[in-house]
Design a protein around this ligand. Structure first.
Ligand code: UT7
Length: 299
């Protein structure tokens, strides 16, 4: 389909990214995907919307600037708790997890719903073959509850805005005198690739050292799904087998912060997670933001 309007080929995309398919929003709305994911997470956690004390929604772009997407999701779920949106780009799930952990530790909440909902297909120019072939739309959600499953977490931001950005068009005013640019997603692919591999490896290595774990003590490395070559580079650096580094980038493309909860859900539903399993999460995104953590599966 992409070959019909872009100078590209299935061969190029497969070879350079590992992506074979992606799902793109057409008539549905992003909040529809978010609510489906959220309801599945609630069902899985055996909780009702009224049991949720706080909703954190990780989102880069949706059709509203305000209200926050989490407000729309809350209403559709029938929840009554406070909600907030965060934007830490593709690392959003880890930033949300860190916030949730703080709230749980402070005893301000017992059950927190994290919903990551993203439609990067609306940020890229579909005339730009370098970006449009990489992304898909999607949502993933998780319920986080009290406990000591989170063994270590690390977040970083290093202001490196020029390698990956998207500028939204703002309304004109009679007073604007500065020059304004409104560009679809701009990405310096090779630079992002380099930063992605370096930072993810650094974060994971630090967390393994901090917790005294060896790479093979980890059952699965749930890595951001941006490019299979990035995933493979990180895997090689860690020196672990392919089975420990699952991926679904071939089926969804890069769905931004939704990638981690979506992949976790696939592992869980496939019955691949056992109580006591150690899992590493690692993601990177525009900013440059990075997040990584180690959890022990508690179910
Ligand atoms: O969530 C975080 C967001 N982003 C990422 O993680 C992306 C990180 N970067 C990447 O995944 C890779 O850099 C890309 C997949 C974006 C690009 O792969 P690459 O191996 O770094 O290729 P490149 O950008 O160096 O481009 C190689 C060639 C260029 O042609 P020339 O200059 O060698 O003639 C591009 O114009 O491939 C060309 N090209 C394409 N050709 C066919 C770029 N996009 C396409 C395309 N189809 N879709």
């Amino acid at each position: 389909m992409l070959e019909q309007f872009l100078e590209t080929s299935d061969e190029w995309i497969t070879e350079r990214t590992g992506i074979k398919e992606r799902l793109v929003i057409s008539s549905e709305k992003l909040e529809d995907l978010a609510v489906i994911a959220a309801n599945k997470a609630l069902e899985d956690a055996n909780l009702k919307a009224s049991d949720i004390d706080y909703i954190i929604c990780s989102n880069v772009v949706n059709e509203y600037v305000t209200p926050a997407l989490s407000c729309i999701i809350q209403g559709k779920l029938g929840a009554t708790c406070p909600t907030v949106d965060i934007n830490a780009a593709c690392a959003g799930f880890l930033f949300a997890l860190d916030m949730a952990d703080d709230k749980l530790n402070a005893k301000k909440a017992k059950n927190i719903l994290i919903v990551c909902a993203e439609e990067p297909s609306r940020m890229v120019s579909w005339q730009n073959r370098s970006t449009s072939v990489l992304f898909g739309d999607g949502a993933g959600a998780a319920v986080v509850t009290e406990g000591d499953a989170l063994k270590a977490i690390r977040l970083t931001t290093s202001s490196l805005t020029e390698v990956l950005y998207y500028q939204r068009k703002l309304e004109p005013t009679p007073y604007i005198s500065k020059e304004e640019n409104f560009e679809p997603l701009v990405m310096k692919g090779r630079e992002v690739f380099k930063h992605a591999v370096t930072s993810s490896c650094r974060d994971i290595r630090k967390l393994l050292n901090q917790t005294g774990l060896e790479p093979d003590d980890v059952k699965y490395y749930v890595l951001h799904q941006a490019n299979l070559r990035i995933i493979e580079s990180i895997r090689n650096f860690l020196g672990v087998d392919k089975e420990r580094v699952p991926h679904n980038v071939d089926r969804y493309g890069n769905i931004s912060s939704a990638a981690l909860p979506a992949l976790l859900d696939e592992l869980n539903r496939a019955g691949k997670l056992q109580k006591g399993d150690k899992l590493v999460f690692s993601a990177f995104g525009a900013g440059f933001t990075t997040g990584a953590c180690i959890i022990e599966w508690a179910k």
